[in-house]
Design a protein around this ligand. Structure first.
Ligand code: GLA
Length: 301
């Protein structure tokens, strides 16, 4: 080890998923966007992996991504604006920030795949690639239409007049404590109700992209509502508290639509809101609202 090791830095954003939930690990299409909340890391070579952080529990992730990338142990310092366990992928932001700091030269898709494997290894949860991909390759002003079977993607412009609101339900969970793997197995086994969600959700992704390109914000909102009903009734990943929060958002002034976001079983909801009416929306939902804008990932060209 050098006596004065070189310090490296990395930074990566959290993500939202506009639509396309619980379809990434089945090779479906998804529409996430990186958002303007970032995790920053710095570090240097050390005798063993260690982490200094204002958030708990990151060591397993940092070590796993380092091992995936074939790197020497590092002492890593983490500082994050991405709230943990709240549905905007704090873990993907941490993994991608470390990869970007240590392997900025890597091809973005390969970095996302390495981060996905690291997350699976660190947690035992068989996550798809969406979160790591969005954090690595997200683009400011855009959402990513990602085909998870081929990793081909297109950027789809996302209008400034539509605010992306993330509302934490207060029901926090670690993915490892949820039936995520069970839902994945059920869908892979072809369970009829689970597949009804998957097939209808993929159709909604395409309809949402068409509505986005046509600036039909009301239609985008209706598709979010249908997505929520499908995740609640067919995929069964919602909770009563989340359903109540989604319904409250639906009825709030300025809201086009809302749905549960991410893995589910608690976490956060996503709402799309008329940017000029976010004040009224925030008062109506009576919970802290994280208003996000789209952002660049570290591997974006
Ligand atoms: C989590 C996983 C993703 C995806 C979503 C559900 O965020 O990390 O890969 O499966 O749940 O859409």
């Amino acid at each position: 080890m050098p006596s004065n090791p070189t310090t490296w830095h990395g930074r990566a954003p959290g993500r939202v998923n506009l639509i396309g939930e619980h379809v990434d690990y089945l090779g479906g299409v998804v529409l996430p966007a990186a958002v303007d909340r970032f995790t920053e890391v710095s570090g240097h070579v050390a005798e063993r992996w260690s982490i200094t952080s204002d958030v708990q529990g990151g060591l397993a992730y940092v070590r796993a991504v380092g091992e995936e990338l074939g790197l020497e142990p590092q002492a890593v310092n983490v500082s994050s604006q991405v709230p943990p366990n709240a549905g905007i992928s704090s873990s993907a932001a941490l993994l991608v920030a470390v990869a970007a700091g240590l392997r900025p030269d890597m091809e973005g898709r390969q970095a996302a795949l390495a981060c996905q494997r690291a997350e699976q290894k660190a947690t035992g949860v068989q996550v798809g690639v969406m979160d790591q991909f969005a954090s690595a390759l997200g683009r400011r002003g855009c959402a990513l239409l990602l085909d998870c079977a081929t990793l081909e993607y297109q950027v789809v412009p996302f209008p400034d007049e539509v605010a992306i609101a993330v509302i934490d339900s207060g029901e926090h969970r670690a993915l490892a404590d949820t039936p995520y793997n069970q839902r994945r197995r059920e869908a892979e086994a072809g369970d009829a109700r689970r597949m009804r969600h998957v097939d209808s959700e993929i159709a909604r992704v395409h309809a949402f992209v068409a509505a986005l390109r046509a600036r039909e914000f009301g239609l985008m909102g209706s598709l979010l509502k249908e997505s929520h009903a499908s995740l609640r009734d067919d995929f069964e990943v919602s909770t009563p508290a989340i359903d109540a929060l989604v319904e409250c958002a639906w009825s709030a002034d300025g809201c086009y639509g809302a749905r549960i976001m991410g893995a589910g079983f608690g976490g956060s909801i996503l709402a799309l809101v008329d940017r000029s009416r976010t004040g009224a929306f925030e008062r109506a939902v009576r919970r802290p609202v994280l208003l996000c804008a789209t952002a660049d990932g570290p591997y974006t060209q």
